[in-house]
Ligand binder design. Structure first.
Ligand code: ARG
Length: 587
C-alpha cells in the first residue's frame, strides 16, 4: 500500500465512524486499486460488506460514507457505482504535486523503514573443493538482490556466506592428496579448482571402494578436528584455492559477502547437543543422538528424527545450522534471518527451525525465513548441462553470456552504421551480458523452475535486462540530443494532460509500494515486473503516434515532459541497482 492509498484508507475509516458511530472504528474500508481505470484509481468496497450488519442497502451506506468523506485534496468528488462501490479518482493537481516532490528526492519518494532491523541474509554458500554450480548462482543473485533492497530500506544487513568448509569430505580429500599429490597440501596455489574437483571425485571413488582408505580418511578427520598442524594447514590451503575461484565469480557479478563458513561454528557444536539434552529433547536412536520431529514421517508413517550427532560422534549439516542459528540470534542480534537455497532443502530448514523452536532458542521477535527457489533447466526442459553432458561451470556460463552480447552488439553497430571504440564495446557487452543473466533469474517467480536461454535473456525486446537498459539509454539520448541537463530542470514544472502522461505519472508514484512489498514477501520478480511495466508505459508516452512530443513540444509542456523522462530514468536506475544491475548511458 502506498502513502496515497494509506491516506485514503484513513479518510474512509474516519468517514465510516462519522456516519455510523464509534462502533465502526477499526472496520476495514476494503480500499483496493480500481478494477478498471475508467472508474478511477481506487475503490472502497466496504459498503457491500456492511449491508447485513446495518440492515441497509449498500448504495445507501456508500452514500452516507461519501457524505462524510473528506478527500477533496487528493481526489475528484467520489462516485458511487454499481451495487455500492465508492470510486475514487486522483486529482491531476495532486499527482503533479507528488511528482514535483519526488523530483527533488534521491529516494524518489520511497520512505526508509521506520524501525530499521538487524537482518541476516545467508546466501550463495558454495562448498569448498566442489564447483560452484547454477544453484549457487541463483542463490547468489537472489540473495544479493534481497540484501540490496533491505539495505536501501535502511536495515542493518549482514550478508553471510555459509560456505561448506568443514566435514568428513576433507578427511577423504586430504588422505587422498597425501598419497597422490602431497605438494598440494603444503604449497599454496598448487591446484586450481578444476583439479581440486577432480581430485575430490577420485577421493570419493576411492573412499567408496576401499575400506582401508576409509579408515585413513576417518583418522584424517579426527586429526583435523583435533587441530593437528599439518592437516589444518592442508585444509586451509584447500579452502584458499576454492575461495580464490569463488571470488572471481563474485567480482564478475559485483557481489559483496562476508564469509563465515561452517568451520566457524565447529567449537559450538557440542554445546548444541548438550543443550538439547538438557531441555529433554534428545533421544538416542541406533547410537545416533536425535530429536524427533512433528509433522515429518518416514514411509511407514513413523515420526522422523533429526540427527544432531551421528553414532561415530560426528556432527552434521543440521548441527551446524543449529549452532549458527543460535550464534546469529545471540551474538549478531539478528531479528530476521533469511536463508536462500534451492527448494530441495525445504525440509532441512523446516526441521531445524522446529527443533530450535522446541528448544526455546527463538525469541518471539525473531523471524526465520527460508527462501526457496526452483531448478535451472536447459532449453530442453531437462537439468541444465553442457552439450557434452557435464555440469556447466559458472565462469563459462558468464563468459558465454558476455561473448554473445558482444557479438549481438557488433551486429547491431554494423546495422546502425555506428563506429564505437573497442573499450565501449567491451564495457557494453559486459554490462548487458551480466545483467541479462541476473535479470533472467530475478524476473521469474523464484519458486518456479526456470529455463536458461541465452537468446531470450539477451533479447532487446520483452521482459529482459537489455530492454530496460535500452529504455534508460534512450532517455539519456533525449538529454544528449536536446543538450539538456536533467539535473537543472526547474522545480514544480510537472503538468499532466495527455493520457499517456497520466498513466506514466501514476506508475512512477508506485515505486514505494513495490519496494515495501518486496521487503515483506522477498519476491524480487515484483520489482522486475514493475520496471518492465514502467518501461512500457514510458515507450507509450514517447511513442510518435500514441504518445506526446518531448523535445519538439512547446513550453510549459516541454519541461514537464523532460521531468517525466528524468524521473523514469532515475526510477529505472534505482530499481535496477536494487537488483544488482548497472545501467549504461549509451549502448
Ligand atoms: N552449502 C550449502 C549447499 O551448497 C548451502 C548452505 C545454505 N545455508 C545454510 N545455512 N544451510 O547446498
Amino acid at each position: 500500500m502506498n502513502a496515497t492509498q494509506e491516506q485514503l484508507k484513513e479518510q474512509v475509516e474516519q468517514a465510516l465512524v462519522a456516519a455510523f458511530g464509534a462502533d465502526f472504528a477499526g472496520v476495514d474500508p476494503i480500499l483496493v486499486p480500481a478494477s478498471n481505470p475508467k472508474f478511477g484509481d481506487y475503490q472502497a468496497n466496504v459498503a457491500l460488506s456492511l449491508s447485513k450488519k446495518l440492515g441497509k442497502q449498500p448504495r445507501a451506506i456508500a452514500g452516507a460514507i461519501v457524505e462524510k468523506l473528506n478527500v477533496s485534496e487528493i481526489c475528484e468528488p467520489p462516485e458511487i457505482a454499481g451495487p455500492g462501490f465508492i470510486n475514487l479518482k486522483l486529482k491531476t493537481a495532486y499527482l503533479e504535486a507528488q511528482l514535483n516532490a519526488i523530483q527533488a528526492d534521491p529516494r524518489l519518494g520511497v520512505p526508509a523503514a521506520k524501525t530499521p532491523k538487524r537482518e541476516i541474509v545467508d546466501f550463495s554458500s558454495p562448498n569448498i573443493a566442489k564447483e560452484m554450480h547454477v544453484g549457487h548462482l541463483r542463490s547468489t543473485i537472489i540473495g544479493d538482490a534481497i540484501a540490496r533492497i533491505l539495505e536501501f530500506q535502511g536495515h542493518d544487513v549482514l550478508r553471510l556466506n555459509h560456505v561448506g568448509d568443514w566435514g568428513t569430505q576433507f578427511g577423504m580429500l586430504i588422505a587422498y592428496l597425501r598419497e597422490v599429490y602431497p605438494d598440494a597440501l603444503t604449497t599454496a596455489n598448487a591446484l586450481d579448482i578444476g583439479d581440486l574437483v577432480s581430485f575430490y571425485r577420485k577421493a570419493k571413488q576411492r573412499f567408496d571402494a576401499d575400506e582401508a582408505f576409509q579408515e585413513t580418511a576417518r583418522q584424517e578427520v579426527v586429526r583435523l578436528q583435533a587441530g593437528a598442524e599439518d592437516t589444518l594447514h592442508a585444509w586451509k590451503l584447500l579452502c584458499e584455492q576454492s575461495r580464490r575461484e569463488f571470488q572471481v565469480i563474485y567480482e564478475l557479478l559485483d557481489i559483496k559477502l562476508t564469509e563465515r563458513g561452517e568451520s566457524f561454528y565447529n567449537p559450538l557444536l557440542s554445546g548444541v547437543v548438550e543443550d538439547l539434552d538438557k531441555s529433554g529433547l534428545l533421544v538416542e536412536n541406533q547410537g545416533a543422538k536425535c530429536v524427533f520431529l512433528e509433522g515429518f514421517t518416514n514411509r511407514e508413517g513413523e515420526p522422523l528424527p533429526l540427527i544432531v550427532q551421528k553414532s561415530d560422534g560426528g556432527y552434521n549439516y543440521a548441527t551446524t545450522d543449529l549452532a549458527s542459528l543460535r550464534y546469529r540470534i545471540q551474538q549478531d542480534q539478528a531479528k530476521r534471518i533469511i536463508y536462500v537455497t534451492d527448494a530441495g532443502q525445504g525440509n532441512h530448514f523446516a526441521q531445524f527451525f522446529q527443533v530450535a523452536r522446541k528448544a526455546g532458542w527463538i525469541p518471539d521477535d525473531v523471524e526465520l525465513v527460508h527462501i526457496p527457489f526452483g531448478l535451472v533447466l536447459g532449453e530442453d526442459g531437462k537439468k541444465f548441462k553442457t552439450r557434452s553432458g557435464d555440469t556447466v561451470r559458472l565462469r563459462d556460463l558468464l563468459d558465454e553470456a558476455v561473448s554473445r552480447s558482444h557479438a549481438d552488439l557488433k551486429t547491431r553497430l554494423q546495422e546502425e552504421e555506428r563506429q564505437e571504440t573497442e573499450e565501449f564495446i567491451n564495457e557494453v557487452a559486459r554490462v548487458v551480458g551480466i545483467s541479462a543473466v541476473k535479470y533472467a533469474d530475478l524476473s521469474q517467480n523464484r519458486t518456479s523452475n526456470y529455463i536458461f536461454s541465452y537468446d531470450k535473456m539477451l533479447d532487446l525486446k520483452g521482459n529482459t535486462a537489455p530492454y530496460m537498459l535500452y529504455v534508460y539509454a534512450r532517455i539519456q539520448g533525449i538529454s544528449r540530443k536536446g543538450d539538456i541537463n536533467f539535473k537543472e530542470l526547474g522545480n514544480n514544472a510537472v503538468l499532466l494532460q495527455h493520457e499517456t502522461e497520466l498513466a506514466l505519472a501514476k506508475y512512477l508514484l508506485q515505486l514505494d509500494e513495490v519496494i515495501s512489498s518486496v521487503e515483506q514477501d522477498l519476491l524480487p520478480n515484483r520489482l522486475c515486473e514493475y520496471l518492465y511495466e514502467l518501461s512500457k508505459k514510458f515507450n507509450q508516452f514517447y511513442d510518435r503516434n500514441q504518445g506526446v512530443q518531448v523535445l519538439e513540444a512547446e513550453e510549459p509542456q516541454r519541461t514537464s515532459r523532460l521531468v517525466l523522462c528524468d524521473l523514469t530514468a532515475r526510477t529505472l536506475k534505482l530499481g535496477l541497482s536494487l537488483l544488482g544491475i548497472q545501467v549504461l548511458e549509451r549502448m
